[in-house]
Write a protein that binds this ligand. Structure first.
Ligand SMILES: [Zn+2]
Length: 364
């Protein structure tokens, strides 16, 4: 349905600056709005907004559903001025719009407003509105998820169309590789040196990178090293990543990268120190799970066609999946997220709000 409060709410949120690390103002605004909607709401020790609201009527005895979206935006995100023309909301072109993820926040607020009336049945909800998603899922990682009773979560932060449900998304391993060779004067005693740059080159030459298979990718993103042209370079630091949905394929890719560096270092008489850190876990959602059934049923009830999608990106949903939640991350129709021409249709703002409303009103 077309509801003018959806666009009003969205425009109010996009005009509150919230680049990553500067979420205090929008957090305060959201806490005020949530309290007015009958929620208990507060900011946690890290600046995330957390809350809950009891269910209504026949929904009161159901387990709560955790609703999540992130409060921060990428940059440039100061002084966003939104314009609506031909049913599309855009910035003035000098900033991002911030529909990622303020469309998600809007859908949650509107759904709570529509389901808050006494006498109507709705599910209990818990809320996790995070800081610094865009800079490494930081707010979600810092959040204490043990405070939630919910075991099922709805995240509204996929770049897919309204109707998209992320069925699969990769885990990510981050690699830091430090190659230690031996410095020497390049003109006087080159044979006494071991070039860390040459070791890196030999390791990378022949390494499987890019798209490894349909669900596994790998990249070396930065390389730093060397001191001057007349010094055999003693140190190189390389930072990279591997992503994969399936643990064994991801593990074998990481092992391959590790082996290439170790073999090249050993051959040259250098040493290598490799640190692998799990950045976030995979999403591998069974279409038959009750949560997916619920979301699909709710979508159909508001004439939205559900579709399961696969993503190569990570979001707060991956952190929650890694902490044991069954998580459905929903698309909301944003076009060009993180770009100056980011935009979203008013109709899609309404449709995702309708979907979240239907989810809260679906008692199974
Ligand atoms: Zn986002």
């Amino acid at each position: 349905m077309f509801d003018p409060t959806v666009l009003e709410t969205f425009l109010a949120l996009v005009e509150i600056d919230s680049p990553s690390g500067e979420e205090a103002a929008i957090a305060a605004d959201l806490v005020t709005r949530l309290k007015a909607l009958g929620c208990d709401a507060w900011t946690d020790a890290h600046g995330n907004v957390v809350g809950r609201r009891a269910g209504r009527g026949a929904g009161a005895s159901l387990p709560p559903l955790l609703l999540s979206a992130h409060m921060d935006t990428v940059v440039p995100g100061h002084g966003v001025k939104a314009h609506v023309a031909d049913g599309i909301v855009r910035s003035d072109g000098s900033t991002i719009l911030g529909a990622d993820d303020k469309a998600g926040l809007t859908a949650i607020l509107v759904a709570l407003a529509r389901t808050g009336n006494d006498g109507e049945a709705s599910r209990p909800v818990e809320l996790a509105l995070t800081i610094q998603e865009e800079t490494g899922l930081t707010g979600a990682k810092l959040m204490d998820h043990r405070q939630f009773e919910a075991r099922e979560a709805i995240v509204i932060d996929s770049a897919g169309p309204v109707g998209a449900i992320v069925g699969q998304g990769p885990a990510q391993e981050s690699l830091v590789v430090e190659i230690q060779g031996t410095a020497s004067h390049a003109g006087v005693a080159p044979e006494a040196g071991v070039s860390a740059i040459v070791v890196a080159a030999r390791a990378i030459n022949g390494m499987r990178l890019g798209r490894i298979d349909a669900t596994t990718t790998a990249n070396l993103g930065t390389i730093q090293g060397g001191m001057a042209t007349n010094i055999v370079p003693p140190t190189v630091v390389i930072r990279g990543e591997a992503r994969g949905i399936y643990p064994s394929a991801l593990a074998s890719q990481v092992a391959h990268m590790r082996e290439r560096f170790e073999a090249a270092a050993a051959e040259a008489g250098a040493t290598v120190d490799i640190t692998v850190t799990r950045s976030y876990d995979a999403i591998d959602l069974d279409e038959g799970t009750p949560l997916v059934q619920l979301v699909q049923r709710a979508m159909r009830s508001v004439d939205v066609a559900p579709q399961m999608i696969t993503t190569g990106g990570g979001s707060d949903a991956n952190v929650m999946a890694g902490r044991g939640f069954t998580v459905a991350n929903l698309g909301f129709g944003v076009v060009g997220p993180h770009a100056l021409d980011e935009h979203i249709a008013v109709a899609d703002l309404n449709r995702i709000a309708d979907v979240v409303t239907a989810i809260l009103g679906d008692l199974g």
